[in-house]
Design a protein around this ligand. Structure first.
Ligand SMILES: Nc1ncnc2c1ncn2[C@@H]1O[C@H](COP(=O)(O)OP(=O)(O)OP(=O)(O)O)[C@@H](O)[C@H]1O
Length: 254
């Protein structure tokens, strides 16, 4: 979409290298994520997708390179400045990571309790709105054990959106879901990106999801220890020449 090419970068990664001891996961990774797009990080098992996500949300520090988030240099931000920057990022982990002893409503209220001074009634109202956005209004008083896997993911997204983050990170959202539930979640992600203008960064290796939700993607590769593709997933499927990229998008053996 033309207007998305014009949109400002909300994430800027330059020359990013990450190693654990002598184990270099990837080198010299460079990309931008533009406001309002659904950006997918993909690649085979062990190539460093989750590690890249953790770098972007400040859980790890890079071995080399620069990460700019919402215009700020993440590594240079310290103390309160860093905490404030990180509190503007919403994250949904693979399992949904809901607290089992709390209702869905209480789970979504939790970040509001931690990061705002809103009175209880206002926190509850905001949380109900978020549950409504993900289609869970009727399940507000249920416990995580009483809902399906797909609902747990939706609740995880509602909680990640509690503070209206401009940037939302999703770690393997379709993991463990059947294809129909997974397609419903993809539709939700697209709707939220379109209606709220939220930027999504999604780690996944589900080809159907990538094609359904991704405006752009990057592909990491374990052998290459870095990025081997960047672009519109549909164009990569149709035109990529790199054998690993072609194999992935065309579901061929590499
Ligand atoms: N905290 C850590 N300490 C040491 N090594 C780590 C750590 N985290 C990850 N690694 C190494 O990085 C590799 C890649 O891990 P990562 O979880 O980022 O991959 P991934 O692409 O998300 O894989 P998957 O799709 O299987 O989840 C691991 O195989 C491991 O060797």
């Amino acid at each position: 979409m033309a207007e998305q090419k014009e949109a400002p970068a909300v994430v800027g990664v330059r020359g990013l290298t990450m190693a654990f001891g002598s184990n270099v996961l990837f080198r010299d990774v460079t990309f931008d994520v533009r406001k309002g797009e659904v950006f997918v990080i993909l690649g085979g098992s062990g190539c460093g997708k989750s590690t890249l996500l953790k770098l972007l949300i400040g859980l790890y520090r890079p071995s080399e390179g620069e990460i700019r988030i919402l215009g700020e240099n993440l590594d240079a931000a310290r103390g309160r400045e860093r905490r404030e920057l990180l509190s503007r990022l919403g994250v949904m982990w693979q399992s949904g990571a809901l607290f089992g002893s709390m209702t869905l409503l209480e789970n979504v209220m939790l970040p509001l309790e931690e990061h705002t001074r809103l009175p209880r009634a206002a926190r509850e109202e905001v949380a109900r709105v978020k549950l409504g956005l993900v289609g869970l209004s009727d399940a507000a008083n249920r416990l995580p054990a009483e809902i399906s896997g797909g609902m747990a993911k939706r609740a995880g997204i509602a909680r990640a959106m509690a503070l209206d983050p401009p940037l939302l990170f999703l770690d393997e959202p379709s993991a463990g879901l059947d294809p129909i539930t997974s397609a419903g979640l993809d539709q939700l992600i697209r709707d939220l990106a379109r209606d709220l203008g939220t930027t999504f960064i999604v780690v996944t290796h589900e080809l159907q999801s990538i094609l359904a939700i991704g405006d752009r993607c990057i592909m990491l590769d374990k052998q290459a220890k870095g990025m081997i593709a960047e672009g519109d997933p549909r164009e990569l499927r149709d035109h990529a020449t790199h054998p690993t990229v072609r194999a992935f998008f065309r579901r061929e053996a590499a």
